[in-house]
Design a protein around this ligand. Structure first.
Ligand code: F6R
Length: 360
C-alpha cells in the first residue's frame, strides 16, 4: 500500500535512493566488482550497433543512457520509438543488438518490434521491472530493474532504475573490452553519490513546491529546455508534467529555440531550464535563458552545484556526468507532482491513461 503517502507517485519518488542502492547490491559483489551475465556482455561485444526500443518514459530513459553506453561500449546507440519501428523498421546495421526498455514488460508496441527482431534472428535484451513479463520471456536476455512495483501511472523510479541498470551493463561491457573510461568509472561508488544527491533534493520538497506556486497552477503551456544530457531530461520532465498536470509542455533542445519555437514565448510563459555541470554547454544554455527571459518568460533554473550561480532556483548536488540524468530528473518529478496536486487532479490516475499499454 501507499502507507502514509497521499499518492503512490510521491512514495515512488521517495524510494529512488533505495532503488539505486539495491541495484548496486544486485549487480555488484561486496568488493564492488560488477556482476552482469557474461552472455549478455558477449552478445553486446559481438554487435556493431545497439538499438534501444521503447515507449514514453522508457524511451526517454534510453536517451538518457545513450552517451554512457556509447562511451563505454564503443558502439553507436540508436533510439527507436516502438510504435514507429513496429511498422517502419529502418535499415539495420550488419550485427544489430536490440535493447527493449519496458517497466511493465507488456507494452504491445515494443512487443511488435521484438517479434520482428526474433523473425530476423536479431539478439535482444529486455530491461524490465517485471520478471516473467512478455517482453522478458520473448527476448534472448533479461535484466531486471528491482525497483519494486510501480503503481502510479506516471513512471518515476523505473526511469532512474533503467539508467542505473544500463550503467552496470555499460561498465561490465566496457571493462570486458578494456575501455579506459570503464576502468575509471566506479559505478557502485558513483551511484551511492547519486543516491545522496537524490536524498538532498528530496529534502527540499518545500522549496520545489514553492516554485510551482504561481508558475504552473493556471498556465496552459510550459517549456523545459536543456542541452546534451539535460535535453534528454527535458523530454522526460515535460512528459511527466503533461501527463499528470495536463499542461501542454515541450522538452526542447535549448539551442534550437531560436530556430522557431521562441516565437511562442510571451509574458509569463514558464520556462524551466536544466543546467548540469557540463562546461561545454552550460554557458550556452545560460545564454538561451537570457533570450527567453528578455521576452518575458517566467524562468526557473534547475542547476547542478558546480554550475550554479547566484540567483539559481533549484540547486542539485553534483554527480558523475554519466549519471546526471538521474539526479536532474528528480526535481522535475516533484514539479510535476506538485503541479498536479495544486491543480486538484488525481496524481496517480491521470485521465485517458492506463499503467500499461497492451494495445498497439
Ligand atoms: C509515463 C509512462 C509511459 C510509459 C510507457 C512505456 O509516465 O508511464 O510513458 O513509460 O507507456 O511503458 P513500459 O515502460 O511499461 O513499456
Amino acid at each position: 500500500g501507499k502507507g502514509t503517502y497521499p499518492f503512490y507517485m510521491l512514495k515512488e519518488i521517495d524510494e529512488q535512493p533505495a532503488v539505486m542502492r539495491k541495484l548496486s547490491q544486485i549487480y555488484a559483489d561486496e568488493a564492488g566488482k560488477v556482476k552482469i551475465d557474461e552472455a549478455i556482455v558477449n552478445a553486446l561485444i559481438e554487435a556493431d550497433r545497439i538499438y534501444i526500443i521503447a515507449a514514453g518514459t522508457s524511451y526517454n530513459a534510453g536517451y538518457a543512457s545513450k552517451y554512457l553506453l556509447e562511451d563505454l561500449v564503443e558502439k553507436p546507440v540508436e533510439l527507436g520509438i516502438a510504435s514507429e519501428w513496429g511498422y517502419n523498421m529502418p535499415r539495420l546495421s550488419e550485427k544489430p543488438f536490440f535493447i527493449f526498455l519496458s517497466q511493465s514488460g507488456e507494452t504491445a508496441d515494443s512487443r511488435q518490434v521484438l517479434v520482428k527482431a526474433n523473425e530476423l534472428g536479431v539478439p535482444s535484451l529486455t530491461v524490465t521491472n517485471v520478471p516473467g513479463s512478455t517482453l522478458s520471456r520473448e527476448a534472448t536476455f533479461t535484466l531486471l530493474l528491482h525497483a519494486g512495483p510501480e503503481i502510479a501511472v506516471a513512471s518515476t523510479k523505473a526511469y532512474t532504475a533503467q539508467i542505473a541498470a544500463l550503467a552496470f551493463l555499460a561498465k561490465a561491457t566496457g571493462t570486458a573490452i578494456h575501455n579506459d573510461k570503464a576502468a575509471n568509472f566506479d559505478v557502485v561508488h558513483e551511484l551511492s553519490i547519486v543516491a545522496q544527491s537524490i536524498e538532498a533534493t528530496l529534502s527540499e520538497k518545500e522549496l520545489i513546491e514553492s516554485k510551482v506556486t504561481g508558475l504552473l497552477e493556471t498556465t496552459r503551456n510550459a517549456f523545459y529546455i536543456g542541452r546534451g544530457q539535460d535535453y534528454y531530461v527535458s523530454m522526460e520532465a515535460s512528459l511527466k508534467l503533461k501527463e499528470i498536470s495536463y499542461i501542454q509542455c515541450e522538452g526542447f533542445a535549448a539551442g534550437e529555440l531560436k530556430h522557431g519555437t521562441i516565437a511562442l514565448i510571451e509574458d509569463n510563459t514558464p520556462v524551466l531550464a536544466l543546467i548540469s555541470n557540463n562546461p561545454k554547454v552550460a554557458a550556452h544554455t545560460r545564454g538561451n535563458v537570457s533570450e527567453v527571459a528578455a521576452r518575458g518568460a517566467n524562468v526557473v533554473t534547475i542547476v547542478e552545484q558546480d554550475a550554479a550561480i547566484e540567483g539559481d532556483d533549484i540547486v542539485i548536488n553534483n554527480v558523475h556526468p554519466y549519471l546526471s540524468s538521474i539526479s536532474m530528473v528528480i526535481p522535475t518529478q516533484l514539479i510535476a507532482y506538485y503541479a498536479s496536486l495544486h491543480r486538484g487532479l488525481d496524481v496517480d490516475k491521470p485521465r485517458n491513461l492506463a499503467k500499461s499499454v497492451t494495445v498497439e
